[in-house]
Design a protein around this ligand. Structure first.
Ligand code: NCD
Length: 360
């Protein structure tokens, strides 16, 4: 299935050279923003945020404004026809008649992909439930490029809610495509990295190990990527409280880290990094958020400039088979074609919207 527009739903839909070009352009814009002040004159970007956001939404909006374009959208679906029960298909189809590019965040996995099947403009995934967040990954890659001068040969610790944290899923998929990166996952057993991400790392030739505490591994790391426990993705308050406060990075733990290790965090921070770390020169999270605007300028320019069509669904529609993930968009919007990739030597089906696996 094809769309006449170019979308960014998952970075893996593109060759690595495409993303590195965007990261390089982001760095150029960062060094000389005024040169790009009119490249999107006359263009309109819509931000459809069905879930809370500060950085992603505002950095996209300021990115478009700094490129000379204009913005429309909502950040409270209760004020739009969504509140009257309108489907994603109808809302995004209509808005795609008004805008040249649509940036969408939604609490359900696969929502942006679902929109991209029928819109009449490009769609950018700004976070789909606990699944993926490709533009945070572009932000993270630009941060690594500027601050570590490389995207290869790094030892990256990822800590916190690795199960529900979409930023770490997208970042692992991306960094495993560069040479000699090594991942160390620091989480409780309940909030570990999903098996499908571990399999992608193994297949790429990168390696990973797992650890229980920050202290036991911090001395080996080039990058420590902290994440918050994703309260909104837990079934109950008790389950969230049982995980809360397990991992806290503080000034004392930072003493054991290398002098050139950097601390990253997609933000918002809840309590996983104490404020006494903020003044450490290795704390990179506020600068990281600033880089996000420049890389999003590069992405908007690229998507609007290239005008390529996209292959939206590549898998098989198998009669009567549904995705087992209750948080998959195909279980919320019935009209969507349910489409699966066949993997694991023909024994597994992977949902093309949310990556949930089931045995055949
Ligand atoms: C992240 C997100 O929304 O996934 N924030 C962001 O986009 N900068 C991380 C989070 O919410 O924990």
């Amino acid at each position: 299935m094809y769309s006449e527009y170019q979308h960014l739903i998952d970075l893996s839909d593109y060759p690595v050279s495409w993303w590195t070009k965007i990261v390089e352009l982001g760095e150029k814009i960062y060094n000389n923003p005024s040169e790009y002040a009119h490249v999107c004159d006359g263009k309109i970007m819509a931000t459809l945020f069905y879930e809370p956001s500060t950085r992603t939404q505002m950095s996209f909006q300021t990115a478009m404004i700094r490129l000379g374009g204009q913005i429309i959208g909502f950040d409270n679906p209760a004020n739009s026809s969504v509140a009257k029960g309108e489907t994603i298909k109808d809302t995004t189809k209509i808005v795609s008649n008004y805008a040249d590019v649509l940036v969408m965040r939604h609490p359900i996995a696969g929502a942006s992909k679902a929109a991209s099947l029928t819109t009449d403009c490009s769609v950018i995934n700004a976070g789909d439930g606990g699944h993926l967040h490709p533009t945070q990954t572009l932000t993270d890659l630009l941060t690594l490029k500027i601050e570590k001068h490389t995207l290869s040969g790094l030892t990256i610790g990822m800590c916190g809610d690795l199960l529900n944290g979409r930023t770490v899923h997208s970042l692992c998929k991306a960094l495993s495509q560069f040479k000699d990166n090594k991942f160390i996952f620091i989480s409780t057993s309940q909030l570990g990295m999903p098996p499908y991400i571990k399999d992608i790392i193994k297949a790429s030739g990168s390696t990973y190990e797992e650890a229980n505490t920050i202290e036991e591994v911090i001395g080996k790391l080039d990058v420590l990527y902290m994440t918050r426990i994703q309260q909104e993705r837990f079934a109950s308050e008790e389950e969230y409280l049982a995980q809360k406060n397990t991992y806290v990075l503080d000034h004392q733990k930072m003493q054991k880290a290398k002098q050139d290790m950097i601390v990253m965090h997609p933000l918002p921070r809840v309590d996983e990094i104490t404020v006494d770390v903020d003044n450490d020169k290795r704390a990179m999270y506020f600068t990281q958020a600033k880089y996000g605007m420049y890389v999003r300028m590069a992405l908007i320019m690229t998507i609007l400039g290239e005008k390529k069509r996209s292959e939206t669904l590549k898998g098989k529609v198998i009669a009567g088979v549904r995705c087992d993930n209750p948080n998959c968009i195909t279980n919320h919007e019935e009209y969507l074609p349910k489409s699966f990739r066949v993997s694991g030597d023909g024994t597994l089906l992977e949902c093309e919207y949310c990556d949930e696996r089931k045995l055949i």
